[in-house]
Design a protein around this ligand. Sequence first.
Ligand code: COA
Length: 324
Amino acid sequence: MKSAKIVGLGKYLPPKRLGNHDLEKIVETSDEWIRTRTGIEERRLAEGQSASDLAYHASKQALKNAGIKSSDLDLIIVASITPDSFFPSTACRLQKLLKASKAAAFDILAACSGFVYGLTCGWQMISGGLYQNILVVGSEVLSVVTDWQDRSTCVLFGDGAGAAVLTQSNSKCFLSSHLGADGSRSDLLCLPAGGSRKPASHTTVEKKLHCIKMRGNELFRVAVRVMVDSARIALSKAGLKENDLDILIPHQANKRIIDSVARTLKIEDKVYINVSRYGNMSSASCAVALCEAYQDGKIKKGDIVVLDTFGGGLVWGSCVIKWV
Ligand code: COA
């Protein structure tokens, strides 16, 4: 049976930086509070660029690194909770920008786990023989759904995109995937309005219901538990144990969450962390972290790489990948 292999990675971070000291001028906060509670030092702002624009730059880099032409793509999957619009999908807009005329295209709404959900779909579609080349992207412009007067959330998020090109291969790269959800805890993190349940109105705008609402404290505890369980399940599905892992690429929401997960799994020296530079970029976080870890030489041939994500929905997802 054929399998899928990651052959190219790319990332794009918009150039505008917003440091903690800049935030001190907007809300009542401090660099010290943000750094000690979250590990974040700065984040990027897209400033007029949409999710498909960010996705375009990350995808171009991933395709170049893969040595694959956009015209050879069979499918484009974009994970985003900040799509350009509900429809056309961001994936369709990206297909146009890339001139990937042969490719089918669709979006995934799985919050911070979107990239892992997308990789899992891509892997299975290639393994099943449906497609040969698939582009999976996580792209977010969270700055447009951030309430810049709410200090409990505005210090946390940032904009960016990461992309991966998957192609059919005889080598087994994806060893396992574990995806999960708990819709009963959707109140912990959500964007209340703008959909069919609460359509946009003057009231929703006045009440800022188009901005992220979060119960951070409760979410923190759930995040640690779920990320630990998810990584363990994915590893055991691959027939592996925690100490077989070479590098953990976790969702980058908060350094304290990542440290807790790493401590529990006893893999403190095997974790890739870049949250200090970008904050939480939802679906783009894990995609960008994977790309950077690879570009920094932290992932070598034969390594067991575990992606481990968690986000609003609630959703979670982990992939075990052997780097071939
Ligand atoms: N600057 C200064 N003080 C702030 C602040 C800010 N930006 N945000 C909140 N505070 C204050 C609170 O008002 C509270 O003050 P009080 O004690 O006088 O009421 C105090 O800091 C502690 O707030 P608390 O919410 O308990 O802090 P915390 O240690 O839980 O950290 C988060 C807050 C949001 C950083 C943390 O809960 C978190 O990261 N949660 C998970 C978020 C997450 O992962 N989201 C995405 C999942 S994909």
